[in-house]
Structure formats: C-alpha cells, structure tokens
Design a protein around this ligand. Structure first.
Ligand SMILES: Nc1nc2c(c(=O)[nH]1)N[C@H]1C(S)=C(S)[C@@H](COP(=O)(O)O)O[C@H]1N2
Ligand SMILES: [Mo]
Length: 198
C-alpha cells in the first residue's frame, strides 16, 4: 500500500465532510428573518395537527418528560457556512408522532413569530429530526431558537425552524417562508439544492 504524504490530504478541515460550495466555521452564526420571539417555558406548547384537524399537544413539562436523545450533528446553512459536530439534546419526532394517525406526505413546521418551513413528513421521521431544547450541554439560547427548535440536520438549516411551536400535516406541499421566496422546496446540501430549480 502506498504511503501518502500529509500534504496530499490538505488542511484538516478539508478532510471533514463538507457539502459542495460550503466552508467551515467555528463560531455559531445567528440567522433570523425577524426579531427573536420571547417565549416563556410556562407559555410554550407544541402541537401536531393532522390534515383532518386532530391536535396533539405538549406543554414544556410534557416535552421534557419524554425520552430524549443527544445527537451530535453537522449543520449546513444555505449562506454557505457549515459547522461540524454540534451537540444537542431533544426529543425525536418519532416519539412525538407515535400516536399520530395520518398518512399525509407533507409537513409545515410553524414557529412563534410566524416563520414557517415545509418538508416531506418522512424527512422528520426515522431518527432524522428532533425538537431540540439543549445546545452544547446548556439551555438553547433564545437567538438560536430557545426554548426549543426543530433540528433537521440533513437538510439546509433554514428547515430547522427556531422557536418551533407546531407541525401541521398536509396532503399536498405548500411553500414555507423561504421556499415562497425562491429557495428550494427540499434543500439537500449534498445536492446543493439552494434555490428553486437547483
Ligand atoms: N423561526 C425561525 N427559524 C429559523 C429562521 C428564522 O428566521 N426564523 N432562520 C433559519 C435559517 S435561514 C437558518 S440558517 C437557521 C439559523 O439558525 P441559527 O441562527 O441557530 O444559526 O435557522 C433557521 N430557522
Ligand atoms: Mo439560512
């Protein structure tokens, strides 16, 4: 087997899994389309609404009483920064969808403050998405979506709705906030799906 000198590998950061067109950052940029909503844990609630209108609701205490997971994931923002190895704690959407009966194909995540983003329901399931309430072993800071945000790290970060307060199931796709402004309806960083038509 050939011994390859260090030089051929390039810098350490280039060996990480960086999707096309992205660069690595070490800080944690804040990107918010509007002011940061202030939601107290007492007032916070999360609702899954089926296409038929059935509502499944969790208070803050009910969310925290559910089994949680501690995913370590890479984040990829459409503005081209990627951050490796971010550590979170949250409840898997699989847990929240356990008792939800609906065969809808699409979901709209909705946030305090009015932000929305749409995605196929299957992209929220099978261990791919969480309602995250802790970042780096601390409370999730408000500017990053606290008390809790959606975390869907396999898609561009605009799908990870901060200050999430619900998911509405839909039998057809509808554009969310950025999708309605020309961003890609799916947003796979590995296929560089930044804008409509990519
Ligand atoms: N409610 C809400 N969620 C949001 C946004 C927003 O403006 N409002 N911005 C999105 C975008 S474009 C990105 S890149 C990430 C940024 O998350 P961060 O501020 O924690 O880095 O949040 C996403 N979720
Ligand atoms: Mo973004």
């Amino acid at each position: 087997m050939a011994v390859i000198s260090r030089g051929f590998h390039g810098r350490r950061s280039e060996r990480r899994d960086l999707p096309p067109g992205q660069y690595e950052v070490h800080d944690f940029p804040v990107l918010s389309a509007g002011p940061t909503p202030r939601v107290t844990r007492e007032d916070w609630e999360f609702t899954i609404t089926t296409a038929a209108g059935a509502r499944h609701r969790w208070s803050w205490d009910e969310l925290l009483a559910l089994p949680s997971e501690t995913p370590t994931v890479d984040l990829h923002c459409v503005t081209k920064w990627s951050k490796f190895g971010t550590r979170w704690q949250g409840v898997s959407l699989d847990t929240l969808f356990e008792d939800v009966e609906d065969d809808s194909e699409y979901a709209m995540a909705q946030s305090y403050g009015g932000y929305t983003t749409d995605l196929p329901l299957e992209d929220l399931l099978d261990g791919k998405a969480w309602i995250a309430y802790s970042y780096d072993n601390g409370d999730l800071p408000a500017e990053h979506g606290g008390p809790a945000r959606l975390l869907v790290p396999h898609l561009y970060l605009w799908k990870s709705a901060k200050w999430v307060n619900g998911i509405r199931l839909m039998d057809h796709d509808e554009p969310g906030f950025w999708e309605g402004l020309g961003y890609h309806e799916y947003g796979d960083p590995w296929r560089e799906q930044r804008y409509q038509g990519d």
